[in-house]
Ligand binder design. Structure first.
Ligand SMILES: *[C@@H]1O[C@H](CO)[C@@H](O)[C@H](O)[C@H]1NC(C)=O
Ligand SMILES: *[C@@H]1O[C@H](CO)[C@@H](O)[C@H](O)[C@H]1NC(C)=O
Ligand SMILES: *[C@@H]1O[C@H](CO)[C@@H](O)[C@H](O)[C@H]1NC(C)=O
Ligand SMILES: *[C@@H]1O[C@H](CO)[C@@H](O)[C@H](O)[C@H]1NC(C)=O
Ligand SMILES: *[C@@H]1O[C@H](CO)[C@@H](O)[C@H](O)[C@H]1NC(C)=O
Ligand SMILES: *[C@@H]1O[C@H](CO)[C@@H](O)[C@H](O)[C@H]1NC(C)=O
Ligand SMILES: *[C@@H]1O[C@H](CO)[C@@H](O)[C@H](O)[C@H]1NC(C)=O
Ligand SMILES: *[C@@H]1O[C@H](CO)[C@@H](O)[C@H](O)[C@H]1NC(C)=O
Ligand SMILES: *[C@@H]1O[C@H](CO)[C@@H](O)[C@H](O)[C@H]1NC(C)=O
Length: 405
C-alpha cells in the first residue's frame, strides 16, 4: 500500500513553510551569542532548540563549553537570552558566575554546570525555582545550607550535585517528584531523614562519599521504585534493615566502607534483580550466608575487609576469592597462617616468571617447558614443592632430551 499522494504533498508543504518562515533568530540573541564566542555563521537553531515565534525565533537551549580563559557573560547578553529554558555550561572553570535576570531564573527548567563557574553560591541556585533538572559537578558551591538551595525547587525531578564541596546538614525536606538524587562526593552530614524515603518515584539514590551518620532507616523499604542505592564511604552504623527486601527493582546496592554491623542478611539472596552488591569494609560478623549459585548471580560482589566475617569452606570453594577468611566449625574466622612468608615468596617469584598462567593448574603444566632456559636448580626446587612438580619434571626431561638430541 502506498501513502496517498495528497498526504505527502501536504507534509512537504508544512515542512517547507516551517523551515522557510522561521530561520531568523532574534538579532539581539545573535549579538549575545557572538559576545560569547559562539559562531553564528550557520543558523544557531540547527544545533540548539528554538521556538517558532515570528518574525524572530528565540533560543530555548544553550550549551556553552570550553570557554576561552577570560570570557565573561555580560548582563545585556543574558538579558536577551532570557527565553532559555535549558542552559548547560561545561568545562568553563574560570568563567565568573554571571548575573541572571529574574526572568531567566524563573524560566529555566534545566541548569547544568560541570567543571565550570567560579563563585557559584547556594543563594544563586535557590532562585532557579522552576527547575526540573539540576546538575552541578566538579564545581564548588559556596553554601552551608543545602536545604536553602533545594527547598524552592518544587518541580525538581533530576538532582545531581557531586564533587561540589557542598557542606551542611543533609536536607530534611524533599519534593515528591524527585526520581534521581546524586549528592555523592560532598561534605554533607547528619542522618538519612525518613522524609527521603517517602519519594515513591525515586529510582536512583547516591549519597556516597559524605559524612552521613546514624542507621539506615527501616522505612528505606518504602522506596518501591529504587533501582540504585549507594550509601558507600559514609559513617553509617547498625544493621542492614530487612525492609530492603521489599524493594523489587533494586539492581545496585552499595553499602561499602561504613560501620555497619550484625550478620550479613541472608534475605539478600532472595532479591532477584540484584546484580551489584558491595558490603566491603564494614563490621559484619558471622558466616557469610550466600551459596555459590547466589554468588554467581551477582555481576559484582564485594565483601572483603570485614574481619569477623568468614565463609563456609564446605559449601563455597576458595576460588571465589572473597577476601574473607574461611570459618572453623564454630563459624569463626580461621586466622591466616602466620609463617607462610617463605612459601608465598617462592610461589610469587615462580608466578612472575611464567606470566600467562595464573588461573588454572593445567596451564601451569603446559607452559612449564618455557622454563627450559632457566637451568636445573629450579627443577630441584620444584620437586621439593610437591607432586605437581614431578609432572613438571617429566615434561621438562622429555623436552630437554628432544632439545639435546
Ligand atoms: C546540551 O547539554 C545537555 C545537558 O548537559 C545535553 O543533554 C545535550 O545533549 C547537549 N546538547 C548538545 C547539542 O550538545
Ligand atoms: C515553569 O515551567 C513550566 C513548564 O514546566 C512552564 O510552563 C512555566 O511557564 C514555567 N514558569 C515560569 C514562571 O517560567
Ligand atoms: C575537576 O576540576 C579540576 C579543577 O578545575 C580539573 O583540574 C579536573 O580536571 C576536573 N575533573 C573532571 C573530571 O572534570
Ligand atoms: C562564601 O559566602 C560567604 C557568605 O555569603 C562569603 O562571606 C565568603 O567569602 C564566600 N566564600 C567564597 C570562597 O566565595
Ligand atoms: C510532578 O509531576 C507530575 C507529573 O509529571 C506533574 O503533573 C506535577 O505538576 C509535578 N509537580 C510539581 C510540583 O511540579
Ligand atoms: C555514586 O557516586 C560515586 C561518587 O561520585 C560514583 O563513583 C559512583 O559511580 C556512583 N554510583 C552509581 C551507581 O552511580
Ligand atoms: C551494632 O552497632 C550499633 C550501633 O553502633 C550498636 O548499638 C550495636 O550494639 C551493634 N551490634 C552488634 C551486634 O555489634
Ligand atoms: C542457594 O540459595 C538460594 C537462596 O537461599 C536457594 O534458593 C538455592 O536453592 C540455593 N542453591 C543451592 C545449590 O544450595
Ligand atoms: C557449613 O556447611 C555445612 C554443610 O551445609 C554444614 O553442615 C556446616 O554446619 C556449615 N558450617 C558452618 C560453620 O556454618
Amino acid at each position: 500500500m502506498e501513502p496517498p499522494q495528497q498526504c505527502l504533498l501536504i507534509l512537504t508543504l508544512i515542512l517547507l513553510s516551517t523551515t522557510t518562515s522561521s530561520t531568523t533568530l532574534d538579532p539581539k540573541q545573535l549579538t549575545a551569542l557572538q559576545s560569547l564566542n559562539i559562531p553564528t555563521t550557520t543558523d544557531p537553531c540547527t544545533t540548539s532548540t528554538c521556538d517558532n515565534s515570528s518574525p524572530f525565533r528565540h533560543l530555548l537551549t544553550l550549551n556553552l563549553s570550553n570557554c576561552p580563559p577570560h570570557l565573561q557573560i555580560s548582563n545585556t547578553a543574558l538579558k536577551s537570552l532570557s527565553s532559555l529554558t535549558s542552559l548547560s555550561i561545561l568545562d568553563c572553570p574560570s568563567l565568573p558566575l554571571p548575573h541572571f535576570p529574574p526572568q531567566l531564573s524563573t524560566n529555566l527548567q534545566s541548569f547544568s554546570a560541570i567543571n565550570s563557574l567560579t563563585k557559584l553560591s547556594g543563594l544563586f541556585l535557590s532562585h532557579l525555582t522552576n527547575l526540573t533538572s539540576l546538575t552541578i559537578s566538579n564545581t564548588t558551591i559556596n553554601s552551608t545550607h543545602p536545604s536553602i538551595i533545594l527547598y524552592p525547587m518544587k518541580s525538581l525531578s533530576f538532582l545531581a550535585i557531586t564533587q561540589a564541596k557542598l557542606n551542611g546538614l543533609f536536607p530534611k525536606h524533599w519534593h515528591i517528584n524527585l526520581t534521581h538524587i546524586d549528592l555523592s562526593h560532598n561534605s554533607l552530614f547528619g542522618k538519612i531523614p525518613t522524609s527521603l524515603t517517602r519519594l515513591e518515584n525515586l529510582q536512583i539514590l547516591n549519597l556516597s562519599s559524605n559524612g552521613i551518620t546514624g542507621t539506615i532507616p527501616d522505612s528505606i523499604g518504602d522506596l518501591l521504585a529504587l533501582q540504585t542505592l549507594s550509601l558507600s564511604l559514609n559513617s553509617l552504623s547498625g544493621s542492614v534493615p530487612e525492609t530492603i527486601l521489599a524493594m523489587p527493582e533494586l539492581v545496585h546496592l552499595d553499602l561499602g566502607s561504613n560501620q555497619l554491623n550484625g550478620t550479613v542478611p541472608a534475605f539478600i539472596s532472595e532479591m532477584r534483580n540484584l546484580k551489584y552488591l558491595n558490603l566491603e569494609y564494614n563490621k559484619f560478623h558471622g558466616v557469610m550466608p550466600f551459596n555459590e549459585s547466589t554468588l554467581k548471580r551477582f555481576e559484582v560482589f564485594k565483601i572483603g575487609g570485614n574481619n569477623n566475617l568468614c565463609y563456609n569452606q564446605t559449601t563455597i570453594s576458595s576460588k571465589f576469592k572473597l577476601g574473607i577468611s574461611p570459618c572453623d566449625k564454630y563459624g569463626l574466622p580461621i586466622p591466616p597462617p602466620p609463617a607462610k612468608d617463605s612459601l608465598s615468596d617462592g610461589s610469587t617469584s615462580r608466578r612472575s616468571s611464567a606470566d600467562d598462567d595464573d588461573d588454572d593448574d593445567d596451564g601451569d603444566v603446559k607452559s612449564d617447558p618455557d622454563m627450559n632456559h632457566k637451568g636445573p636448580s629450579k627443577v630441584v626446587l620444584g620437586v621439593a614443592i610437591g607432586l605437581s612438580s614431578i609432572v613438571f619434571l617429566i615434561v621438562f626431561l622429555v623436552l630437554l632430551s628432544k632439545w639435546c638430541g
